[in-house]
Design a protein around this ligand. Sequence first.
Ligand code: ATP
Length: 368
Amino acid sequence: MLSSYHIAVLPGDGIGKEVMHSAADVLAAVAARTGFTCRLDYQPAGAQHYLDSGVALPEPTLRTCERADAILFGAMGLPHVRGADGTEIIPQLDLRFHFDLYAGVRPIRVFQGLPTPLAHPLARSIDLVLVRESTEGLFYARGRGDVRSNDGVVSEVYDTMKISRRGTARICEFAFALAQRRAQQKGRLARVTNVDKANVFASMAFWRAIFEETAARHPQVTTDNAYVDAMALNLVLKPWTFDVLVTENMFGDILSDLIAALVGGMGMAPSADIGDRHGLFQPAHGTAPDIAGQGKANPTAMLLSAAMMLDWLAVRASDPRLAEAAQLIERAVETVFAQGTVRPMEFGGPHGTPEITQAVIAALQVVP
Ligand code: ATP
């Protein structure tokens, strides 16, 4: 247990700044109620900072993240701001690689009082976590693309997927540990579904072999395998049948957006990027330039990401106050939507960032 927690705060671009404002207010409210202290250490980074200074992720920001107990991240990247190779400025990927944040954890669940695009009655029970390997897979090719030319004209480009024994074993172990923790919390059997394309690629057949080796070390966990194309289908047809999914970086990138849609939109999907030494917590959405600066963003994904941060810190620092604070944020968000008085603009309602934030803070004072 620490007397004060040092949080590196990187609001970033677009709605990242707006939802971070919301998270800071909610953290202050929950800290006051549970009796812990945290110092929010704001640091510049992102596409706008790149435009202003020529650097997207300044060295002092990186150093602060290194020293901090956790990193809270808004969103970064603007469509019109591009590097020399034509790709967007995305410092979050640099942070993942720099801090070896190999486990991308994306939980989703349907909140009472909010609609889901799926009509099936069981859709109300959707509650699953996608675990995305975040340091290799196809994203390993980022910045390493092999561009070949013929007579000065680009003729072929290769992006190579990397699947290593170490990288796959550690993400599978992470998924199994998470499934067991969830099973304990929810009073049910642990289950992990592996998602790959082992029928086509040698790299994916290797991934599956490592998954099976990991499964053999955890006989108490139920497991199954799915091809990513079939999983895309089943995540729409029967997502309530899944608990923990584990998959390669690129497949995880795509399926994360798909599962966010199942619960109504990006504004409801939190995430954590976890390594052995560091943790970064950010909403699954991007900077949403279409609604930025208008107070329209749904801050829920950011607030639930802050709750994930507290939950992670609670275990690392053996601090039950933080575990309680994480649960209080979850319960406050649940209460606000269940009461039906707040409906985010993302769901066609009238409420934007300030209204949702105020409602969550009010609920924080009264939820048990
Ligand atoms: P990235 O490539 O970084 O994921 P993107 O622009 O492709 O960025 P998002 O920024 O996540 O994707 O936005 C996708 C859509 O979801 C946009 O229409 C955006 O307005 C909407 N959206 C994203 N986050 C929120 C939010 N918190 N509240 C309301 N709408 C959101």
